[in-house]
Design a binder for this molecule. Structure first.
Ligand SMILES: [Mn+2]
Length: 444
């Protein structure tokens, strides 16, 4: 309890310093491109507008040293949902007026003069950057209730929904979030035939991407269209919901009932209740297809943006489905307990991690299998590694071993990790990867 108090105290202190420093300076907000970062940025924009401050926004995929070097020295720099892993770089370029709101792990010493809010320093409460930003902004402007739903959306974007009830300071109350128990396939608010056709989590063999399979499944459990339209998940009775869950589990035995049923969060956007998971997926889709400004405008509820965002999301889902098709048809490097899929330029670098995750949740691979996907990004290669069923070998360690030899950047954790290597090292990387994966098997 005292630790939470400390965090609140830190937030209050930093908000005072921020107000003070921004009296005569322009603000540059730099935020991460995922849902948590985008919602954080939208909360800040709403607040700075109320304060009538001069500001600009940059949304980025990752904080690279070259970018840090290019930052203006005369502005206030406010980093959202990033920067906690970049203290060495931040310390290098004599930047002044740095403010950070983040929740990522801290592994480097924090240079003097940097103002930071990060629960890793105060009790390690699991809380999104969007919620921290909301609490920060509440200190700047007392009445920002309309932005609270974005704080909750960021929590769901970072899959911190199990922590939502621990949120204090009335974020949940302010946000007027609706909650319903049900099947966690989204969007729960749209007709089931569409929802199932595009369902990738879980990936349902014979149903995902297969409209004939979808209609068969719906017929099988006795769900028929009413007035030409299928019901949505939130409209189903408990019994119908149960039948649907069973039918899905039969097709994908890996989908566990207790993981498939949970809290559905409904958030009012453009005056309509939307499934928070779907909103988050839309935001991520926009960002991954290089349109983070659309994602941001969606959160700001700017008229006409919803259609644009939905169109981008639909395109993204098509790309995922065709990416999955590519991975199933393409040649793979497979061995005992691992599969390497090198998509080269056939799949976008920002999607290759998602593809790896979907494959690892599908019933295509055995528990403990390591899936590694690769895609080109300019003169580099983005690599994603997943461990099916979160069981067995540490994929971060495997990648770290290789990076140590050939150089590159690494991120992630034991069951889901990624790295970026130089394109010239494609073959060397694959050779080393195979060697590492095979050695690991022998050792087990
Ligand atoms: Mn985050």
């Amino acid at each position: 309890m005292t630790e939470t108090k400390n965090l609140e105290k830190e937030i209050e202190l930093m908000s005072k310093k921020f107000l003070d420093s921004s009296k005569d300076k322009e603000i540059l907000v730099i935020s991460h491109f995922d849902t948590d970062g985008i919602t954080s940025a939208a909360i800040i924009i709403g607040t700075l507008k109320k304060l009538d401050k001069q500001f600009s926004i940059k949304i980025i995929k990752s904080l690279e040293e070259k970018f840090i070097q290019s930052l203006p020295k005369d502005k206030i720099l406010l980093f959202l949902d990033l920067a906690s892993g970049s203290f060495n770089s931040l310390g290098k370029f004599n930047l002044e007026n740095i403010f950070i709101i983040d929740h990522h792990e801290i592994s480097q010493a924090i240079p003097e003069g940097i103002q930071i809010i990060n629960p890793e320093l105060n009790g390690k409460q699991k809380i999104s950057s969007s919620s921290l930003t909301y609490l920060f902004c509440k200190n700047l402007v007392p009445k920002i209730d309309t932005l609270a739903k974005l704080a909750v959306l960021g929590m769901i974007g970072d899959t911190l929904e199990k922590e939502i009830d621990k949120l204090n300071n009335g974020i949940l109350l302010d946000g007027e979030i609706k909650r319903k128990r049900g099947l966690l396939i989204y969007p729960s608010t749209r007709p089931l035939n569409r929802t199932l056709e595009y369902c990738s989590r879980p990936y349902i063999p014979g149903v995902s991407g297969d409209i004939k399979g979808v209609l068969e499944l719906l017929r099988e459990i006795g769900l028929n269209p009413k007035n030409g339209k299928y019901q949505s998940i939130i409209e189903l009775s408990e019994e119908e919901m149960e039948k649907l869950a069973t039918a899905i589990i039969l097709r994908n035995p890996k989908a566990k009932n207790k993981e498939m049923i949970g809290d559905i969060f409904l958030i009012k956007l453009f005056n309509k209740l939307e499934d928070a998971r779907e909103l988050s997926a839309t935001i991520n889709a926009c960002s991954r297809l290089s349109k983070p400004h659309i994602a941001l405008q969606l959160c700001m509820e700017i008229p006409n943006v919803k259609k644009k965002a939905e169109t981008i999301h639909a395109k993204y889902k098509q790309l995922i489905i065709s990416g999955l098709k590519f991975t199933s048809d393409s040649e793979k490097i497979s061995g005992n307990g691992f599969t390497i899929i090198n998509a080269k330029d056939k799949i976008k670098d920002t999607m290759i991690g998602t593809i790896a995750s979907i494959l690892s949740y599908s019933s295509l691979y055995e528990q403990g299998t390591i899936i590694v996907t690769m895609a080109y990004y300019k003169d580099k290669i983005k690599v994603s590694a997943r461990n099916v069923g979160k069981n067995g070998r540490n994929v971060r360690e495997i990648l770290a071993n290789i990076i140590e030899d050939i150089g590159g950047e690494i991120g992630g954790h034991e069951f889901a990790a990624g790295c970026m290597i130089a394109k010239e090292q494609e073959q060397e990387f694959i050779n080393l990867l195979k060697k590492n994966l095979e050695i690991e098997v022998v050792r087990v």
